[in-house]
Each structure stands twice: as structure tokens, then as C-alpha cells.
Design a protein around this ligand. Structure first.
Ligand code: PLP
Ligand code: COI
Length: 341
């Protein structure tokens, strides 16, 4: 199969239309058989539930070309489970897990020419999502839905690749206690847009959101979980019921313990103790692990000792091990990698 003529090494995190995407419609209480389509547009009622009341949830996962030339994806079962939880929280029907994984396979196979080659630095990002399609004017769930999944080749999420980021402690809150912070709903991202534009305008790369109830504990950023390393080399990540349960973060905790022999702990982390950490990174499918060099709390700078030049040593080991597993260079001890091609 001949690859598309794309400048893989210089891709940013953007959308490139690929050949095929997967669509399935839900009506009268059931999903149809689903199909691949060439049509990259969606036509729905002007009064569709998604347009009026933001009834939409999504996922993000990647396909990788391995060192030996296969195309694989990483833990798609967890994305299927998470979109199930997201759907239930927004009163949407569940798209079955086995069908979700089949759709991943189909979209990747049909667009294999767009899956970046091994070693190019780029990956193939898959975006599964579903939304209410029928007219809804009173506030209630739709009863017709569409599930779609497209893919697009992407480069690094943050401009500058692996250069450490500067993060702003945000004055805005991301997710209320008992709200929707733990699910991947479009509404969580809509409300973050003003905060991220504000942060960017002030020269920051991302926001650190705090727990809204006390504003003393570290939650996450707009699109990734935090990971910290203590001065004695222990990996710690925030525990909170209002952050997205990142598949990358959950995998890194296992990588830290089972591959690298490090201690790793998920626990509440206060803003106050951030100054004592040795390293900080943002982890997620899009972010992979992006190092953080500086966190700014209303003019007060917290400079991580790992610095603004490169990833800290533990972060780098975690990054190399995780991407090594994903790209077939390191043994997949836990059956996380799914071979597609
Ligand atoms: N947190 C938020 C708010 C996100 O949007 C994402 C991206 O999916 C993550 C964390 C990281 O999750 P994952 O590692 O499953 O991609
Ligand atoms: C992902 O990492 O898959 C996400 O959905 C994050 C998003 C901000 C691009």
C-alpha cells in the first residue's frame, strides 16, 4: 500500500480529511449495522439535541506503525468503556464495545495510506463520537443518535514538540464536584475555550484547573492529566472524581511500577506541594507525555528543577517505555496493543 504524500515530520495536531469514516445510526431503540462512508459531512435537523443542548460525547485514540511494519492501536477497549460511561451520564444509548473496536479496525484499514510511517514522529489519531440527531426543544434526551469515527494523521499536540510547557493556574473551574468532569463530553471542552484562549493570550501553553470546591487541589488541564515525579523518584498523579480517567495516565502508572520498578501513587495533590516536585508532565493520547517546566500561580512562578530545556529523566523513561510499547520496540507485557494490519 502506497502512503499519501504528506510531510509527516511537520504535521501539527490538526484535521486532514481522510478517505473513509465509520457511521452508525440509532433509531427506534437500536443501532443499525453501521458502514464506512466517503461522506465527511453530517446533515441533521436544525433542532437536533446536539445543537440545542450539547448532547455529545467523544473519544480519542491513536494507531501507530510499529518497527516491524504493522499498524496497531493502544487499549481501544478502554476507550470503548469510557465512551459507554460518558454516554450513560448524558442519557445516550451505549455503542457496543465489540462494535467500537471493529469500527477502529475498519477505519484504520480503510485509511492505511494516511497512517504515518514508523519513525516519522507522527501518528494516526482516531476520533470516535456520538450525538443526538433528532429535534429536541424541551430539555430532554434525544431518541435518535449517530455514532461516527474518523481518523487523521497528527503530529505533536503542543507546538515545539518536547519542549517544556508553561502552565497557568486558572481562575476558571473546569468541572464541578458531582458534575461531568470524569466523562468525555463536548460540553467540558466548550466551557474550557474561554479559559484556554485567555491563557494563550497571556503566553501560557495550558491551564492547570484546581478543584472548584476548595481551589487547593490539582485537577488536570483542558486536555490532559498531570503526572509529577517527587525528588526521590516516585511517580504521583492526582486522584479526583472530577478529572477524566486518562488511559495514558493509567497506563503510565503501570509502566512506572511494572516496567521501571518505580513507586507510583494516585492521590490528592495540593497546589501547595507542587513546588516540591522534581518533574511534571501532561499525559494523554494527544499530549503523550509533554513535559512542564513552569507553573505560574497569579504571578508566583513554580519552576520545576528539571528545567525548560528538556524532559526530566523519569518523564523521559516513562515516555520512552510507553511509546516503545506502542511502536513495538518494547514487549507488550499486558496485552495492551491491538494489531490491526
Ligand atoms: N484529560 C482530558 C480533559 C482529556 O481531554 C484527555 C484526552 O483524552 C485526557 C485527560 C487524557 O486521556 P487519555 O490518556 O485517555 O487520552
Ligand atoms: C485526546 O488526547 O485524545 C484528547 O481528546 C485531548 C484533546 C484535547 C485533543
Amino acid at each position: 500500500m502506497e502512503k499519501k504524500n504528506i510531510d509527516w515530520a511537520n504535521l501539527g495536531f490538526g484535521y486532514i480529511q481522510t478517505d473513509k469514516r465509520y457511521v452508525s445510526d440509532y433509531k427506534d431503540g437500536a443501532w443499525d449495522a453501521g458502514r464506512l462512508t466517503d461522506d465527511a459531512t453530517v446533515t441533521i435537523s436544525e433542532c437536533a439535541g446536539v445543537l440545542q443542548y450539547a448532547q455529545t460525547v467523544f473519544e480519542g485514540l491513536k494507531a501507530y506503525t510499529t518497527e516491524d511494519g504493522h499498524i496497531v492501536c493502544f487499549r481501544p477497549d478502554l476507550n470503548a468503556e469510557r465512551i459507554e460511561n460518558s454516554a450513560k451520564r448524558l442519557e445516550m444509548p451505549v455503542f457496543p464495545k465489540d462494535r467500537f473496536i471493529e469500527a477502529v479496525d475498519e477505519v484504520v484499514k480503510a485509511n492505511a495510506a494516511y497512517v504515518p510511517p514508523y519513525g516519522s514522529g507522527a501518528t494516526f489519531y482516531l476520533r470516535p463520537y456520538m450525538f443526538g440527531t433528532n429535534p429536541v426543544i424541551g430539555v430532554k434526551p434525544a431518541n435518535e443518535y449517530q455514532f461516527r469515527m474518523f481518523g487523521t494523521p497528527v503530529g505533536p499536540y503542543f507546538k515545539g514538540g518536547a519542549k517544556p510547557l508553561t502552565i497557568k493556574v486558572s481562575d476558571f473551574d473546569r468541572a464541578a464536584p458531582n458534575g461531568t468532569g470524569h466523562i468525555k463530553a463536548g460540553l467540558n471542552y466548550a466551557m474550557s475555550l474561554h479559559a484556554i484562549v485567555t491563557a494563550h493570550n497571556e503566553g501560557f501553553d495550558e491551564n492547570m484547573y484546581l478543584d472548584p470546591a476548595t481551589r487547593t487541589k490539582v485537577e488536570e488541564t483542558g486536555g490532559a492529566n498531570f503526572l509529577f515525579v517527587t525528588k526521590d523518584g516516585k511517580v504521583v498523579t492526582p486522584k479526583s472524581s472530577s478529572i477524566l480517567p486518562s488511559i495514558t495516565r493509567r497506563s503510565l502508572v503501570v509502566v512506572a511500577k511494572e516496567y521501571l520498578g518505580l513507586e507510583a501513587e494516585e492521590r490528592e495533590i495540593t497546589l501547595e506541594e507542587v513546588k516540591d516536585f522534581a518533574e511534571c508532565g501532561l499525559c494523554g493520547t494527544a499530549a503523550v507525555i509533554s513535559p512542564v517546566g513552569k507553573i505560574v500561580d497569579h504571578g508566583k512562578e513554580i519552576c520545576l528543577p528539571s528545567g525548560m530545556q528538556e524532559m526530566g529523566p523519569v518523564t523521559k523513561k516513562l515516555y520512552d517505555t510507553l511509546t516503545g510499547i506502542q511502536m513495538g520496540r518494547i514487549e507488550d507485557k499486558f496485552g495492551w496493543v491491538r494489531k490491526i494490519v
